[in-house]
Structures are given as structure tokens and as C-alpha cells.
Design a protein around this ligand. Sequence first.
Ligand code: G1P
Length: 292
Amino acid sequence: MPQKRIKAVIPAAGLGTRFLPATKAMPKEMLPVVDKPAIQYVVEEAVSANIDDILIILGRNKNNISNHFDSVPELEHNLTNKGDLDRLRRVQASSELADIHFVRQGEPKGLGHAVLRAKGHVGDATFAVMLGDDLIDERDELLTTMIDENERTGLTVVALMEVDPDNIHMYGAAAVEPTDNPDVVKVTGLVEKPKKEDAPSNYAVIGRYVLTPDVFEVLERTEPGRGGEIQLTDALQELATTSGVLGVVFRGRRYDTGDRLDYIKAIVQLAVDREDLGTDLRPWLKDFAAEI
Ligand code: G1P
């Protein structure tokens, strides 16, 4: 059955404190991963999942993000005159990807608050939330599987990944029960960034969600939680105990560009696989690794 087209929401209003001073005047979503800003990978992932309407929730330094998805006539003119058609194509790609809308978050009151800002645009429909820190390798399908699971059951679906228990304090952690499908679990509870000893499991929520619109009503009355912020995880905890939440277990390649070390690893891993860079980078990396 063909999938219903849903909208995607990309919250990009975080302060990016882990990357200061790089993020002093530039949002972390604009940090380059090889030669594209991180947020462009997320938009491309949405487009691959048949989504063509994307709402980006902006924080401070918003202009960088909206400019990136606009056309730049003088740059395009310059590249055309030089006959640099390859670069022209790449510059135009970001403005032709999808129908991209923007809304301001106003104050950085947390991920749950940012998602609530999408209510007017999304309306009474199921939608996807995609966090810019998590890049999912384009060869590993995740969002389409989550949308399928939502269409099959009508339930909210979150993406889960097993992580080292020492790292679970960096994520929303899920209590889960198996289903008939080894790649899908029932989520019976969720807790935002628990201590290792309090975590219900080592299943971490990674930044992809397919949410039913009842989440807005819950978010409207969700009190500030961890870090004094309105947490999406807390709203989903309520849905897990009422309407129901499923988890799609992801076993593919995910790059956490919100962490400095993982960001460096992500660039190297993606560049090694690139046709235009890999051939030169691979032997250099081997020599470099042999020397250190
Ligand atoms: C957010 C969510 C958290 C989730 C994580 C995934 O946290 O609050 O539940 O596990 O994204 O990347 P953040 O990384 O924005 O602090």
C-alpha cells in the first residue's frame, strides 16, 4: 500500500553548547559534514522517505538556516558564467529539495516546547520529528519503516538503538516488551536521560519519531522536566501508558554529530565512502594511522 504523505518537523533551536565557540554565531545544524551542513542530510533523508513538506523550528541565528534553503541568484549567476555546472547543481539542490517552512521557537524551553510550535502547521495529522544531531546513513532505511509501522497500527513510533549502558544517561531510555517482529518492540515506559542504575534498559531513543497529533494536547500540559525543559520524552511516557507507543529497533549506521568526537568520526566515515574523496583519503588514513 502506498504511504500517505506526512509532514516532517526538524527542531533546530538548540543552543549547541557542546560546540562552542563554533556555534557562537552559527547554529550547530549548519556545521559542515564533509561539504554539506548537517541539517541538509536530515532534509534529504525526509525526502527519501517521500516527505516533501518540512517545517524547521528555528532558534537564534536563524538566518543561516533559512538562507541555506533559499536560492542565491548572484552565486548561481557567477557559477553559470564560469561554466561550473557541477557546483551550480549542488548549490541549487538545497533550495529545490522540498517545500521548506520555518517557525521561531522564541525561547529555548526544550524539545517538547519546540515540537509544540509545529501544531499550527501540522494540524490534526500524524507527522515525523527528525533531530539534526542524529544522521542516519542513507543506505540504512529507518524512517520509512517507522511510517509503515504507524500506518499499520495507528500508534506513535520512536526509533530505538541499543547503546553501551555507560552512555544511556545521554538519551531518552525505553522500557520495552518484545512483539512478534524482532525489529519492533512495545514501549511500556520512557525516561529522559536516566542514570545508568535507573535506566529501564539500554534501548536509547534516537532522533526519529513518528507522532500522532494527540501528542500536542499532552505537550500543552507537560511540566518542565529534566534540565528545567519541556521534554518530548515526558509527553511520550504518557502516551506509552495510554494510547500506546512502538519502537523500531535500528541496527544500521548512525552518526551523532552533536558530539565532537563522533562528529569527527562521522566526517571521516562519510568521506571514505564518497566517490570523489574516498580514493585519496583511504591510503592517506592508513599511513596516518600507522604513524600515530
Ligand atoms: C534528545 C532527546 C533524547 C534523545 C536524544 C537523541 O536529547 O531529548 O530523549 O534520546 O535527543 O539524540 P538531546 O540530545 O537533544 O539532549
